[in-house]
Design a protein around this ligand. Structure first.
Ligand SMILES: Nc1nc2c(c(=O)[nH]1)N[C@H]1C(S)=C(S)[C@@H](COP(=O)(O)O)O[C@H]1N2
Ligand SMILES: [Mo]
Length: 423
């Protein structure tokens, strides 16, 4: 049996900045998906487009592929589409849709029609339901929350020895404003039968292989987490319909846990009496060893445990790394978040960690939103500095300096370091 988590050759294919390397961009991608990437409703002469030819609108020589409705994202892979946001473009308190990262495991569905969309909620429930988006709006309280989604593999690029998978640096994280209904409210209405331990989430995207019925990803969470007040079945993002690449027209948002729990293009939620075993739930996917391991250490598969809450972390969003500073004083800004916990403090250092200054830190606007920090830093003389940030959560746990290495490259919450040159 194939380890569902092993990247397929297609997934491993890196994207470099030349158009030629993007051959394969179209392979298997539906016309509707391509049209949505181009920001049009149709490509009238799609049938004439030679297989593998990159639409010139997507093939500029810049490192950033132009994705319709996205701006400034760095594309790591085009099949599936994976793109992250440079830290300095995450400076907004609430992440604009154009700057929300994209992590796809398969091919987005061709049909993302909100009016005909149906969500099935079934499994071990008293009354299975099929709900349209209109039903969700009509029958449940609609709420808006700012919620952090972070990919479990954010920061993987810094692992040594390297870990395979998307080489995310810092930007597979965002905190957008999501509108929808509480997952818990829907589960209460269908009625949770005794013995339920886990949810299973299904989306309408299809596997890269094109094999019918094969799912790219289907994950779930323990029922206790699912019943948390913070989880949404969301149909709006920053006050507008979801972006096609962020799961339009309906998705889960399970903040504070690996982004993979937040199923996009959501079609079904099933309740189960056992831990879910869908693609990317088993093997070593979204799992870490049950104990600290040395870099490069081989770990038996049976010693891996499912990642639950994400660890405390911070990101400096101003200044951009590599900035030139004129004058000796500089405002530093950023965000910090802590999975299901709150952030208690953020400390900053400009002397490679010898001394630390406490930043001003905002309260979260709602649970599971990121918190903002700012400080005015004074530099004693001209030269090269690094600004380091270290957040501590409400349980007193801080970000580590060194990466807690693990074989699949998850949960890197080591300090964010930003370089500045003071003139
Ligand atoms: N249906 C579906 N849902 C999905 C995925 C996917 O590939 N298919 N990727 C997951 C992963 S791994 C992450 S990190 C988040 C990313 O959400 P975003 O693309 O909106 O940033 O979506 C999750 N939900
Ligand atoms: Mo992810």
């Amino acid at each position: 049996m194939r380890d569902s988590d092993k990247p397929t050759p297609a997934e491993q294919q890196p994207l470099d900045s030349t158009a030629a390397s993007r051959r394969g961009f179209l392979r298997g991608m539906g016309g509707a998906t391509l049209a949505s990437l181009l920001g049009v409703s149709a490509i009238p002469y799609l049938r004439n487009l030679p297989d593998g030819l990159i639409p010139v609108a997507l093939a500029d020589e810049a490192a950033n592929v132009t994705l319709a409705g996205k701006e400034g994202l760095v594309v790591l892979n085009d099949r599936p589409v994976n793109a992250e946001t440079p830290p300095h473009l995450l400076d907004d308190a609430t992440t604009p849709t154009a700057r929300h990262f994209i992590r796809n495991n398969g091919i987005p569905p061709a049909n993302m029609d909100a009016d005909s969309w149906q969500l099935t909620v079934d499994g071990l429930v008293n009354k299975p339901l099929q709900l349209s988006i209109a039903d969700l709006k009509k029958n449940f309280e609609v709420i808006t929350r700012e919620l952090v989604i972070e990919c479990g593999g954010n920061g993987r690029a810094f692992f040594n020895p390297p870990a395979s998978g998307n080489q995310w640096t810092y930007g597979a994280v965002a905190c957008a404003s999501w509108t929808g209904v509480r997952l818990a409210d829907v589960l209460k209405v269908v009625g949770i039968k005794p013995g339920v331990v886990y949810t299973a989430h299904y989306g309408a995207d299809t596997h890269l292989s094109g094999q019918a019925g094969k799912l790219p990803i289907s994950r779930g969470v323990p029922i206790a987490k699912a019943m948390g007040d913070e989880n949404l079945i969301a149909f709006a993002m920053n006050g507008a319909p979801l972006h096609p690449m962020n799961g339009a027209p309906l998705r889960l948002v399970i903040p504070g846990w690996p982004g993979s729990c937040s199923q996009k293009w959501l079609t079904r939620i099933q309740l189960r009496d056992q831990v879910h075993d869908g693609p990317k739930m088993t093997g070593t996917s979204y799992r870490v060893p049950n104990r600290p391991v040395a870099p490069g250490e081989k770990v038996d598969k049976k010693d891996f445990v499912i990642i639950e809450r994400m660890p405390v972390k911070s990101l400096i969003t101003h200044p951009a790394t590599g900035s030139e500073v004129s004058g000796r004083s500089l405002e530093v800004r950023g965000h910090a978040w802590a999975g299901d916990r709150e952030v208690r403090s953020v400390m900053l250092s400009i002397d490679f960690g010898a001394s630390w200054l406490e930043a001003e830190l905002s309260e979260p606007v709602n649970p599971a939103a990121w918190q903002h920090f700012r400080a005015q830093l004074e530099f004693p003389q001209a030269g090269y500095y690094e600004i380091w940030a270290r957040a501590t959560d409400s349980d007193g746990v801080s970000q580590p300096f060194a990466i807690a290495w693990n074989p699949k490259g998850y949960l890197n919450n080591s300090y964010h370091r930003v370089a500045v040159r003071v003139a």
